[in-house]
Design a protein around this ligand. Structure first.
Ligand SMILES: C[S@@+](CC[C@H](N)C(=O)[O-])C[C@H]1O[C@@H](n2cnc3c(N)ncnc32)[C@H](O)[C@@H]1O
Length: 388
C-alpha cells in the first residue's frame, strides 16, 4: 500500500472484537472497493484506510450487523466524519488528492502578484478597539440609527448583523418604505458609514438584503460596492434559499416570449464584510459551533424557511431566528457584542441573548422595540423555568 494514497486512522481495540463487529468489518471490506476504503485488524489495533467513500453507506454497513452503540466501529466512523478537509464527488467524500486538479503551482507568489482584496488596502482603520459604554450594553433602544450611532465611540462592536428596510413599500409602523432610490441609498449609506466606524478592527458587518427585481435595482450589488469603496474586505456571500416565489412570469403581454421574461428568485442575499483583517481572534472556549454545524454552514447556500410569526408580531419583514443563529455561531464568539441598527422586533438581539452574546438593537419604532424587549424578557423567564 502506498502510504500517500490513503489516509490511515487507527484505534486500539480495548476489548476483543465480538462476532457482530467482525461481521461488520468483513461486510465493509466486501462492499467498498479496496481502492477506496478498507479496514484491517492487526495486533489489537483497528486500522481504516480511506481514500474516498460514501459515509452514509459506511454507517448503514456498520449498523447492519447489530453492533453495540459503543462499538469501536462507531468511534472510527465518527473520526472519519470529523475529518475536516475533503472534496465531494459522485456522492462520495474524497479525502486524498481531492484538490489535485485545481493545484496551482506557486500559489502564494501568484496571490501576491494579483494583490488580493486590493480595494481594501491602504485603509486608515485604527487597530485600537474601545469599550462600548456600559449604558448601551444589552439594550434595545428606540432611535433613528443615523442619530444614535453618533453617540458610540469608534471600534467598539464585534459584529453587526442586519436587514435594512428594502424600500419595497412595506407597511412599517413608523417609517416610510417607499423612497426615491437615491434618497434611500443616501440615508442607508450614512448609517452604514457609521456602522463601519463603530465596528472593531477585524469586526464583521453582515447584511441580509433582497433586491427589488421589479425596479431593476440590484441593492445587494450597490450595497456591496459601497462597502468595497469604503475599504471593507468582502469575505463572501451566502444565498438564503427560502423556497418561496410568486407567480409572476413576465412583464405584461410577453408570456412565453423572449421579449421580457421575468426572472424568479426564491432566495435572498447575505453579504459579509470585514474591517481591516479577515481573521477575528477570540478564545477557544468561546466557540460554540459544533463540527457538524461548521461543515454544513460553510457551504454558502442555506435553506431556511422564512419566519412564519410575522402576523403574531405585527411586523412585515422579520428574518427567522435560525438565520441569526447560523450567522452568530459561524462569525462571532460567545461574549462578543452584536449590534443591529434595524432591529425590528428583535430577532438579532433575542438570538444574541440566547447564544450568550452581548447585544445592542436599534429601531425607529417604539412598538417594535417594546416587542423586542419582551422577546428577551420571555427568553429569560423560559430559561429560568427550565433551571427550576
Ligand atoms: C427589515 S426590518 C428588520 C426586521 C428584523 N430583522 C426582525 O427580524 O424583526 C427593518 C427595520 O428597520 C426599521 N427602520 C427603518 N428606518 C430606520 C432608521 N432610520 N433607524 C432605525 N430603524 C429603522 C424599521 O422600523 C424596520 O423594523
Amino acid at each position: 500500500m502506498g502510504s500517500t494514497k490513503y489516509i490511515e486512522l487507527k484505534m486500539n481495540i480495548e476489548n476483543q472484537l465480538d462476532n457482530n463487529e467482525i461481521e461488520a468489518i468483513s461486510l465493509c471490506n466486501q462492499i467498498f472497493p479496496k481502492n477506496d476504503f478498507y479496514f484491517k485488524v492487526e495486533d489489537n489495533v483497528l486500522y481504516a484506510y480511506i481514500k474516498q467513500l460514501d459515509l452514509e453507506k459506511l454507517l448503514s454497513c456498520i449498523a447492519k450487523s447489530d453492533i453495540d452503540s459503543n462499538s469501536i466501529l462507531y468511534s472510527i466512523y465518527e473520526n472519519i466524519n470529523n475529518i475536516g478537509s475533503y472534496g465531494i464527488k459522485g456522492g462520495k467524500r474524497v479525502f486524498v488528492d481531492f484538490n489535485k486538479e485545481r493545484k496551482v503551482a506557486n500559489r502564494k507568489s501568484k496571490e501576491e502578484e494579483r494583490n488580493k482584496f486590493f480595494y481594501a488596502r491602504n485603509n486608515e482603520f485604527s487597530k485600537t478597539n474601545n469599550v462600548l459604554p456600559e449604558k448601551f450594553n444589552n439594550q434595545i433602544i428606540c432611535a433613528d440609527s443615523e442619530e444614535f450611532l453618533k453617540l458610540l465611540p469608534d471600534n467598539c462592536i464585534d459584529l453587526i448583523f442586519t436587514s435594512p428596510p428594502y424600500n419595497f413599500g412595506l407597511d412599517y409602523e413608523n417609517s416610510d418604505d417607499s423612497n426615491h432610490w437615491e434618497r434611500y441609498f443616501d440615508k442607508l449609506f450614512r448609517i452604514f458609514k457609521e456602522c463601519i466606524r463603530v465596528l472593531k478592527y477585524s469586526g464583521r458587518i453582515i447584511v441580509n438584503v433582497q433586491p427589488l427585481f421589479s425596479d431593476y435595482i440590484p441593492s445587494h450589488h450597490i450595497i456591496s460596492n459601497f462597502f468595497i469603496q469604503n475599504k471593507m474586505i468582502w469575505k463572501g456571500e451566502i444565498l438564503w434559499e427560502k423556497n418561496n416565489y410568486n407567480c409572476k412570469y413576465t412583464a405584461w403581454g410577453s408570456w412565453k416570449s423572449p421579449s421580457s421574461p421575468y426572472l424568479k428568485y426564491t432566495w435572498e442575499f447575505i453579504e459579509i464584510f470585514c474591517k481591516g483583517d479577515l481573521t477575528k481572534r477570540g478564545d477557544k472556549e468561546n466557540i460554540d459551533i459544533t463540527a457538524d454545524e461548521f461543515k454544513q454552514w460553510v457551504v454558502a447556500k442555506w435553506s431556511i424557511a422564512p419566519e412564519r410569526r410575522m402576523k403574531e408580531y405585527s411586523h412585515p419583514a422579520m428574518f427567522p431566528e435560525q438565520l441569526v443563529e447560523r450567522v452568530l455561531k459561524l462569525f462571532s464568539f460567545k461574549g462578543d457584542i452584536i449590534f443591529d441598527p434595524f432591529n425590528g422586533v428583535g430577532t438579532t438581539t433575542v438570538v444574541a441573548y440566547k447564544l450568550g452574546r452581548n447585544y445592542v438593537g436599534l429601531d425607529i419604532s417604539e412598538e417594535y422595540c417594546q416587542k423586542a424587549k419582551e422577546r428577551v424578557a420571555n427568553t429569560l423567564i423560559n430559561m429560568s423555568l427550565f433551571d427550576l
